[in-house]
Design a protein around this ligand. Structure first.
Ligand SMILES: Nc1nc2c(c(=O)[nH]1)N[C@H]1C(S)=C(S)[C@@H](COP(=O)(O)OP(=O)(O)OC[C@H]3O[C@@H](n4cnc5c(=O)[nH]c(N)nc54)[C@H](O)[C@@H]3O)O[C@H]1N2
Ligand SMILES: Nc1nc2c(c(=O)[nH]1)N[C@H]1C(S)=C(S)[C@@H](COP(=O)(O)OP(=O)(O)OC[C@H]3O[C@@H](n4cnc5c(=O)[nH]c(N)nc54)[C@H](O)[C@@H]3O)O[C@H]1N2
Ligand SMILES: [Mo]
Length: 913
């Protein structure tokens, strides 16, 4: 601590800049060009103060604090200078802007200095840009603080805003004809920092400023950004990043920042529905739950408890998911419970659990700033986890080395020192060749191997055959590049891995992650800051959904069922079913074979998102009861639902989410439940009661449920709501004095003192290319849409990215004579779809990429039945296809005959009213 004197008062402050100290002390001075997220520039000079011993006033934002400093913030000299500066800015500022809400820091400064009467500027239409669906631009209100330019460079790393001319003619313009057509990624950081209203959220201008702020956690991806939701009446009018958010540090991406409007969508279903004569009929809660209870009782009586299955929701809270699996096990009497981690990062969890003992990310996002080398494998981080993607870009801009392993040249690949671009589905040879180089060139961490690793000699013998030349043949990557990457990762540590579905959604998904772990073990890149193996978990709570026990073979805490049965039976006062449960894929198979009779799909659009759509369709069709608990009539509900239970959005309920770095964070109600919708936990409690189990389901609040979770999950026992109120915490956190765990495996592995290297050999995908199917199709996602699209497509994000299209290498497009926008039919051995195509750089000729966001295209009709051997995770990434020009079609989707999607049941699209 440093001792200083501020305006005559002795104070103590942490080292930093003088402005930071004043902020911390609650002493305010205007500081128009300052934002704590940015490097200080001292450009606007409104934060000038007098420091004894300095000849003239200094800018507080660029002056470092020193011991004994004596500071005066409001002397006549600095006040006069500030007034001159502000008067100059006022003379250019339009008076109407000052009265417009919401109030801005610049407005407050003008008022403080009594300058409201001196506004002489005018709105100039030529400086307005209304092209963007979310961001209103009026540069006649710009005071040239450059905060927008700097935050776009220094936080998002997008470099959209450019400064033109100098002096009075200075203009700040986007790098395109307008903002909409620029390289803007709509993260809203520039709007958030703008002190004048030159950049503003359109929602605020249209609907007025917020009356109330609620801090919560983003409902989209597994980064778990903390955000402040601004509401006015019963509407969200803006969302802002929380500066204290541990994983986002004052940043958001376009989805968290702007895609909040789905809950107010006119087709949101807010009353229970029952299917009747092919259509839907409105029902009361009692009637709907009574119907479910009776049907389930009958089905169980005839077919036994394992004829029923439950799918937890990676979109709902930990409390909701804990209850879903408890309901399945205790009330329905089955271990048939799973969640969509199955189709996503189950391979990561399985590989990490088997090799290291804990099935979760070893490190934290903050380790990005500690790594000297970053290895990003099969993760399109800047589009899928944009806030972490931006953090990775910033690390590279500051000098970290970057290796990207991706079958496409992604945005991050353009920043990479080495981009390894394997043919889709050939990562195994590539990863083994990397290990081969590390071993044969003696780049291992010998001390680490000696102390912490087993099976080293066996692995050496195995890996000898995986020369870079042999791998190069199979994966199409230069042997020299493989050597270069291996040397960089091994010798320029600490090295941190971040991986995505390009590793896991394959027939060898679990083994690919094992191969990544081998590399980390060989080079000692585990257990330290800036190292580790880190799956970028998908949805907001997919980590939590599985961790709470929505997994057939695992109970709460991701512990094996058999070994923990007795403990849970004691805690629940009820038997835990003995028969092993089916996972999601097993449930689909069983349904198709007529063995599974009822399914409860809670927050999961399984029809749209599972592979082999025809098979999913057949499976769901054979069910005698399909309960859908969701916000919308998603494709699953439309086509096959028998009962629809309307749930609250996460803006309308309390609870917790668990992010991809094992952090449990609070979700807080910002709005009342829409219509008759209920929080998921309450629906599940009522359902249990309708099924005759009031005991064990008599919870009055999410906190009560969480208390039970803490009792059955020792590593989470320290995570009380009272503590989470202050800040999200990472497990393991065994007691309330424990600070939480940023790094796993620091001295021992959770599995014991040593981890063993694994031999993993290559088994090529069964999807082989032939003359009939000469292309390989990869599927994944893009920036502006999220998974099943139920949420993002109901917001203006639909304007930013309207649907799914096929990316094709320009050479292939030319060969096939296809122009951008041409409608093509993509046929695999499993099905066909029609969609528009575009030429895309960054694909290997012969490879294609598209997304699964819309039911209009329904890409999962072409995806096949191949699954990972350990976890049954579908191979969504490698499908052999043929592409041909589709016939002329009048409708956007290619017309009903070309639509590959399972048809909606007649009348199935009708809603209640
Ligand atoms: N904008 C947006 N963000 C999202 C989502 C969304 O739908 N939209 N969904 C969320 C969810 S649920 C998840 S799981 C995550 C997923 O996040 P990611 O895993 O990053 O997403 P994907 O696009 O499925 O695939 C990642 C990358 O794998 C590459 N790839 C494909 N096949 C191969 C291969 O064989 N080898 C290699 N090395 N690379 C390959 C693709 O080119 C792609 O760049 O994103 C989450 N965030
Ligand atoms: N071809 C192809 N298919 C894929 C993938 C791929 O890469 N390629 N990726 C796979 C992956 S990784 C994933 S994770 C899955 C995702 O598949 P899904 O989990 O089906 O998709 P989501 O869009 O995340 O949302 C599921 C449902 O949750 C609902 N929902 C949202 N919030 C709540 C809530 O609070 N309560 C309730 N009750 N419901 C809510 C939404 O309306 C939606 O219907 O898709 C998989 N499918
Ligand atoms: Mo996912």
């Amino acid at each position: 601590m440093l001792h200083i004197t501020v305006d005559g008062q002795p104070r103590e402050c942490a080292p930093g800049t003088l402005l930071e100290a004043l902020d911390a002390l609650g002493v305010t001075v205007p500081a128009l060009c300052n934002d704590p997220r940015l490097a200080p520039v001292g450009a606007c000079r409104t934060c000038i103060v007098e420091v004894e011993g300095c000849g003239r006033p200094v800018a507080a934002c660029t002056t470092p604090l020193t011991e004994g400093m004596v500071v005066h913030t409001r002397t006549p000299l600095v006040e006069a200078q500030r007034r001159v500066l502000l008067r100059l800015l006022a003379s250019e500022y339009p008076a109407e802007a000052m009265t417009r809400q919401p109030d801005k820091p610049f407005h407050r400064a003008l008022r403080e200095y009594g300058l409201e009467g001196e506004l002489r500027g005018a709105h100039r239409p030529s400086l307005r840009d209304d092209s963007h669906p979310y961001i209103h631009v009026d540069m006649s209100q710009c005071i040239h603080c450059y905060r927008c330019v700097r935050i776009c460079d220094e936080v998002q790393g997008q470099f959209v805003w450019r400064v033109w001319n100098r002096g009075a003619g200075t203009r700040i313009l986007p790098d395109g004809p307008n903002l909409r057509e620029s390289s803007c990624v709509s993260c809203g950081a520039c709007v958030d920092t703008c002190p004048t209203g030159a950049l503003e959220d359109r929602t605020l201008l249209d609907q007025g400023g917020p009356e109330r702020w609620t801090r919560t956690t983003c409902p989209y991806c597994g980064v778990g950004c903390e955000m402040d939701v601004g509401t006015r009446g019963e509407r969200i009018v803006t969302v802002r990043p929380s500066r204290e958010g541990p994983s986002n540090q004052g940043h958001l991406c376009s989805k968290g920042r702007y895609a909040f409007g789905f809950g107010a969508s006119p087709d949101r279903i807010t009353v229970p529905l029952l299917r009747e004569n092919g259509g839907w009929r409105r029902a009361s809660w009692d009637e709907a739950l009574g119907f479910i209870a009776q049907r389930l009782r009958n089905l169980r009586a005839v077919h036994g408890p394992d004829a029923v299955g439950m799918l937890g929701s990676a979109r709902a809270t930990n409390e909701d998911n804990y209850l879903a699996q408890k309901l399945a096990r205790v009330v329905l009497g089955t271990n048939n419970v799973d969640c969509c981690a199955r189709v996503c990062h189950a391979p990561s969890a399985a590989a990490l659990k088997r090799m290291l003992g804990t099935g979760a990310a070893t490190n934290s996002f903050e380790d990005i700033e500690h790594a000297r080398t970053l290895l990003v494998a099969g993760s399109n981080t800047t589009e899928c986890h944009p806030v972490v993607g931006a953090r990775l870009k910033q690390a590279v801009l500051r000098g970290a080395k970057l290796i990207v392993i991706d079958s496409r040249r992604t945005e991050l690949a353009r920043y990479a020192d080495v981009h390894l671009q394997p043919r889709a589905g050939t990562d195994m040879p590539l990863l083994n060749a990397l290990a081969h180089v590390v071993v044969t060139e003696d780049l291992c961490d010998r001390a680490f191997l000696r102390e912490r690793v087993e099976a080293v000699d066996d692995f050496r013998a195995f890996i000898a055959a995986w020369t870079p030349e042999r791998a190069a043949e199979l994966c199409g990557v230069d042997a020299a590049a493989i050597r270069q990457a291996a040397r960089l990762y091994a010798t320029h540590g600490p090295s941190m891995m971040v991986h995505g579905l390009g590793m896991t959604e394959h027939v060898q998904g679990t083994e690919s992650v094992m191969a990544l772990i081998n590399l980390a073990l060989l080079t000692g890149n585990l257990g330290g800051p800036g190292t580790g193996v880190n799956p970028m978990r998908g949805q907001n709570n997919v980590q939590g959904s599985a961790h709470m026990g929505c997994e057939p073979g695992h109970l709460t805490g991701y512990v094996p069922l058999e070994a923990n049965r007795a403990r849970f039976e004691a805690a629940w006062g009820a038997p835990v079913p003995v028969a092993p449960g089916l996972d999601l894929m097993g449930m689909m198979d069983a349904a198709r074979q007529g063995r599974l009779k009822a399914l409860w799909a809670f927050g999961y659009d399984v029809l749209l998102t599972n592979p082999e759509a025809r098979a999913t369709h057949e499976a769901l069709e054979r069910l005698e009861l399909l309960v859908v608990q969701d916000l919308f009539l998603n494709e699953t509900a439309r086509a096959h639902g028998d009962v629809f239970l309307p749930a609250c959005t996460s803006f309308e309920k309390d609870g917790t989410f668990m992010n991809g770095e094992r952090r449990v964070q609070r979700v807080r109600r910002a709005l009342p439940p829409a219509g008759e919708s209920l929080p998921d936990w309450e629906i599940l409690c009522r359902a249990a009661r309708a099924l005759g189990h009031s005991e064990g389901f008599a919870f009055q609040s999410p906190e009560e449920i969480w208390e039970e979770v803490r009792r059955v999950w020792p590593a989470g026992a320290g995570l009380s709501y009272a503590r989470l109120e202050m800040r999200g915490l990472q497990w393991p956190c065994p007691d309330e004095a424990h600070p939480g765990t940023r790094l796993l495996h620091t001295h021992l592995f959770a599995s014991g003192s040593r981890a063993a290297l694994r031999r993993v050999d290559y088994r090529p995908s069964p999807e082989v290319r032939t003359d009939d199917h000469p292309f390989v199709l990869m599927t994944g996602r893009r920036l502006y849409q999220f998974n099943a699209g139920t949420m993002t497509l109901r917001t203006p994000h639909a304007l930013l990215q309207p649907g799914d299209w096929l990316d094709m290498a320009p050479a292939d497009a030319e060969r096939l004579g296809l122009e951008d926008g041409a409608r093509v039919r993509v046929c695999s051995r499993h099905g066909a779809v029609v969609l528009p195509m575009r030429r895309a750089e960054g694909l290997r000729p012969g490879e294609l990429f598209t997304t699964f966001h819309t039911a209009e295209v329904f890409i999962n009709a072409v995806i096949g039945p191949h699954r990972d051997g350990y976890t049954h995770t579908p191979d969504y990434k490698v499908t052999a296809v043929r592409v041909e020009r589709a016939g002329k079609s009048p409708t956007a989707s290619g017309g009903p005959t070309e639509r590959s999607a399972p048809p909606a049941t007649p009348g199935g699209r009708g809603t209640a009213e």
